[in-house]
Design a protein around this ligand. Structure first.
Ligand SMILES: [Zn+2]
Ligand SMILES: [Zn+2]
Length: 288
C-alpha cells in the first residue's frame, strides 16, 4: 500500500508549470489587488459570509474533518452541501483534495508528502500547486486513495466538474452584486481562502508550538487557527487525526469544532470522535 502511494502521489514534484492553474491564480490575485480601489462595505460583508461558508464549512467541516478523516457522520445531503462549499474555494474537487490530504498524513514530512516544508517553505505553500503535476481530473487514479468517495457517483461528478459552482456563483455575484462585489466576494475571498489553507501546510509545519512529540514537524499555530476557523491546531491534529476537535485546550479556539458540536446537539451529526488534551496516541507522545 505505502509503496503504491509513493509511486502515484497526486502531486509529484515534477517542475513543470501548471499553466492553467497559474493563469487562474494570476487572474484572482489581480482581482484581489484591485478590490481596495472598489471598496464597498456591502461587498466586504458578502465576502466575509462566503469566506465562512466556503472555508469554514467547505474545507474545515467538510473536506478535512468529514470527507478526509471521517471524524463524524452526517446525513448525505449535508455531506454533499459541504463538498459543494469546498469546491467554491478553488482548492479542487473532493476526491483530489481528500486523496492529497490522506497522502499528506501517511507520509507527513517524509518522502511522498505532497507539500512538506522540508522541500522548501515556498514549495509547501504554493510551489506544489504551481509546479506539481496536476491530476485534478484523474478521478480514476485518485480513487485508489478515496474508495469511500469514489463509489459515489455524485462525488465523481463533482470532482470532474469542481469549477462549476465557482463559475456559476461568480457570474451570479457579478450580475446581481456588481463589479465591486465580484472583486471582493469572489477574487479577494478566494485568494484569502487559498493562502489561509496553504498556511496550514506551510506555517503549521514550520512555526508554532508542539504539544505532541510526533515524527512530523506539525505545530499548533494560533494565527493560522484564526484565519482557518481552527485548522491551525495542526500538531494536535496530526497526533489525533480522527478527532473532530482540533483545539484541545480551552484556550485553543476552534470554531469548526463548535459548529460540529452544534450539529451534534441538533441531532444532525453522530459518531463524533473527540480527543482530549491529555490523550496520547500511537502516533504521538504528549510533551507540553
Ligand atoms: Zn499537516
Ligand atoms: Zn488532516
Amino acid at each position: 500500500m505505502s509503496q503504491a502511494l509513493k509511486t502515484i502521489t497526486p502531486i509529484s514534484q515534477s517542475r513543470e508549470i501548471n499553466w492553467i492553474t497559474v493563469i487562474f491564480l494570476a487572474i484572482f490575485h489581480a482581482g484581489a489587488a484591485a478590490a481596495p480601489f472598489y471598496f464597498e462595505w456591502k461587498s466586504v460583508a458578502v465576502m466575509a459570509l462566503l469566506y465562512w461558508i466556503t472555508i469554514g464549512w467547505g474545507i474545515g467541516m467538510g473536506y478535512h474533518r468529514l470527507h478526509t478523516h471521517r471524524s463524524y457522520v452526517v446525513p448525505k445531503w449535508i455531506e454533499y452541501l459541504f463538498a459543494i462549499c469546498g469546491t467554491m474555494t478553488l482548492e479542487g474537487g473532493p476526491i483530489f483534495w481528500v486523496a492529497t490530504h490522506r497522502i499528506h498524513h501517511q507520509n507527513s514530512d517524509l518522502e511522498g508528502d505532497p507539500h512538506s516544508p522540508r522541500d522548501g517553505k515556498w514549495w509547501s505553500h504554493i510551489g506544489w500547486i504551481i509546479f506539481g503535476e496536476s491530476k485534478h481530473n484523474k478521478t480514476e487514479l485518485l480513487a485508489r486513495y478515496t474508495p469511500d468517495l469514489a463509489k459515489d457517483p455524485f462525488y465523481r461528478w463533482l470532482n470532474t466538474w469542481h469549477f462549476l459552482p465557482v463559475a456559476v456563483s461568480s457570474i451570479l455575484i457579478w450580475y446581481f452584486g456588481g463589479f465591486s462585489m465580484f472583486l471582493w466576494a469572489v477574487c479577494m475571498r478566494i485568494v484569502l481562502g487559498l493562502h489561509s489553507t496553504w498556511f496550514v501546510n506551510s506555517a503549521s509545519h514550520i512555526w508554532g508550538k508542539r504539544r505532541f512529540d510526533i515524527r512530523d514537524d506539525s505545530t499548533n499555530s494560533w494565527w493560522v487557527a484564526i484565519v482557518t476557523f481552527g485548522e491551525g491546531w495542526h500538531n494536535n491534529h496530526h497526533a489525533h487525526p480522527n478527532s473532530a476537535r482540533h483545539g484541545l485546550a480551552w484556550y485553543e479556539f476552534d470554531l469548526t469544532w463548535l459548529q460540529i458540536r452544534f450539529l451534534q446537539l441538533m441531532g444532525l451529526a453522530s459518531k463524533v470522535k473527540v480527543a482530549t488534551v491529555d490523550m496520547e496516541s500511537s502516533l504521538a507522545r504528549k510533551v507540553a
